[in-house]
Ligand binder design. Sequence first.
Ligand SMILES: [Zn+2]
Length: 487
Amino acid sequence: MSAVSRLFELYNLTLIMVLKYLPFTFISVHSEKMVKKKPKFGALPTLNLPKRSHDATKPAARPSRSVVNDDPLTQSSKKYYQSFYDLCKRVKTLKTLNDWIVQELEDRLVLKKKSSQVTLPEFEIMIDDSLGFTIYVYGWLLPEDHELYTTNLRSVTNITVSELVKSISTLSICPGVKPSELSSSIVHHVIPKSVDPFFVSDDDDDDDGSSFPHQEYWRTRGCEVLLGHGEQCCSCHQYSHKSELSKKAQQKKIAEPAHLFSPISQTAPERIKLTLQMQRLKCAELEQKLEEMKLEIQKSSVEVDHQLSQDITSILGKSDKNVTPFMNLFWQQQKKLLTRSSTGVRYHPMIIRYCLSLATKSPACYEELRKSKILVLPSQRTLKDYRNCIRPKAGFQEEVIEELKDSTNSYFDVQRYIVLLFDEMKIMSNLVFDKVTGELIGYLDLGDPDINFGTLEKVDEIASHALVFFIRGICIFPSIKDGAYFC
Ligand SMILES: [Zn+2]
């Protein structure tokens, strides 16, 4: 252990390295929120084990099939009426049918409850000679699956006539629906009113003086007509709800402008109006923009040689596949620079970088390019300002080292592998006067005067070689930095 820790101190190894040498100890942590159950090492599982099929208890056997018998005795014993004749005889004596009209025909018995206002009977029960019954409400047949039919199997053998009449009178009539539009799903239920032509009453609200006085309902095809509770029957309620929703959707649709190319004949006028308003606003905006652009063009336009502009656009427009982003930028910048006056030129940083690289490789060639006016390029003087941001001099330079530190701060691992290069070259032995610092350059110089006197035998000797250090990253190629100069 101690040897390892010493090693750690000495070589500043990472923690992971140290952990490799340490014996492992497990610490179990129990918090109040979550306690995980873990099996002990070597323990055998005892819960939820797979079972063998012969160990499991078998489900109870299904009961064997048996013949289903109808029980005709119990049904016949509960019959309220034995025959049609029996029915006719007993109906005549019923007190509950006092305000009902009873018509006895050869093959049927008709019970009608008249209403004084309309010509059709309010309720009509028709019982045929097989004791089946049918109910009309203002001439509207009750649907086949109505509760009155299904509970009694539509036969008066299962219900007495007085009970049937009572249950009908407890039920209310469905008021139907309000028709939003004519469709096949709703039916007009019209009941003609009985009007005395010799007696015209003024208090009749519904009478609008028409030649056909009537009371009307609109019903869905599946309307139950008679209902026990609620305002509307199920079918009518569904229809009303649906039509309400569609009405809302329509209103919502009307509130928003129609599509530009929607057919005018089928579009609501409100929507066309909204669309027109919207388009007018758009038009006004566009016109304003156009006006502004025209003014801008008049104000700050420079005439470009027609041939030149055509050439550049054709070069850029033809092959957009092979054009690199830099090439695109370069030509766009060239186009821009052509329109500018020579005094107020601002070069793009990428152009400056490219020109610096060009000019360092061959200053003469760069000058040739620039002077021929094929391209608009920054002058050598401009480039010099960018190049000599840090003034070059002999010896290690603080600024260069600081700059290097700054730019490599975020590098890690392999990015920090570098190559330190030395390059010595023969130079012309000569003395030069630096007009900025006022120094004579050309003597042997190692940067620091102390080092000069300490190492060199003759300080006044003129230098014949220059040595350059520079650093280049192995993995990060662009970071080529000059390190120091020795003259
Ligand atoms: Zn209804």
